[in-house]
Design a binder for this molecule. Sequence first.
Ligand code: SAM
Ligand code: DTB
Ligand code: SF4
Length: 330
Amino acid sequence: MPIIDTKPLSKEELILRYDWTLEEIGDLLNKPLMDLLWQAQLIHRKANPGYKVQLASLLSVKTGGCEEDCAYCTQSIYNSSDVSGQPDLSVEPVLERARAAKEAGADRFCMGWAWREIRDGKNFDAMLSMVRGVRELGLEACVTAGMLTDEQAKRLAEAGLTAYNHNLDTSPEHYEKIITTRTYQERIETLFRVRNAGISICCGGIIGMGESLIDRASLLRVLATMNPHPESVPINALVAVEGTQLEALPFVDSLEMVRMVATARILMPYSRVRLSAGREQLSKEAQILCLQAGADSIFYGDSLLTTSNPAILEDRELLAEAGVQVNWEL
Ligand code: SAM
Ligand code: DTB
Ligand code: SF4
């Protein structure tokens, strides 16, 4: 008899809750690390017994010149880091990149547009063609492009879009210190539109933007009280880029990332918790702790949107060392 029962639990046996309180979540984030890791791992092993990790590749289709004032973002016209001036990518080069991502072993291809909201017209038609093309390659397709209408969500669903990424970024309380040109409520409404169209939600946030532990708990509470939970929850560590309003902030302590991932895993057992921006600044050991604590997805490929990401070969080695399962042979 094994001392620890690691037998997978069915969805019915692993209780999903949507009524988490701020206090409960704060207590989890504050737990002695060993206890937090233990609790997260018990759930992670039950919900994802093979430690399967999804590999998502990211491409910026429309870069920079964005009208929103997100304090962390290199693509905002309010930040002197604005990286505009690059032509938008057209359908074929994007699909070429998607093919290369598939060959390198990615399961999901995510495409980003630095827009406040989607507008109809040739750019949206191109987005729909990209979604169709990515799906035809047998990859999951994800788009992040700001706010959208019900009609646009419906057309994206018809094109086969798997998921739409729209982050809450931080707690409702800390939000106004980070973004003023779009409200928290508008973000929630965008998420409803995506959900209503039958598209999966990819929604998470960023830590290291001067928020308190209660702010982190508050962000997680908004996510974990959604019913159903977002199918995917990216946890980003702020990459403080020169020229952005947050350029002077220090990189978050790596164990804070571990705590955030572990708590997200406990609250949302079946969601994909994606270890997102900031991986380059995390040691191999910190990343492995995150994988152990419940991260079951990473961005895979040499770049994120405008910043860099660990090299593919380095990630292959990391995943092999961690002994997690991916779709390709290592
Ligand atoms: N414009 C779209 C939007 O805001 O939804 C899509 C692109 S936006 C760059 C996607 C997400 O990336 C943001 O919501 C934020 O959570 C994350 N992000 C952007 N810049 C970041 C940075 N410097 N460090 C960490 N995360 C960042
Ligand atoms: C998410 O939460 N993180 C990704 C993805 N969703 C679109 C983007 C990270 C961007 C990091 C900064 C940059 O490369 O510009
Ligand atoms: Fe624009 Fe998105 Fe960057 Fe905000 S995070 S400035 S909405 S690209």
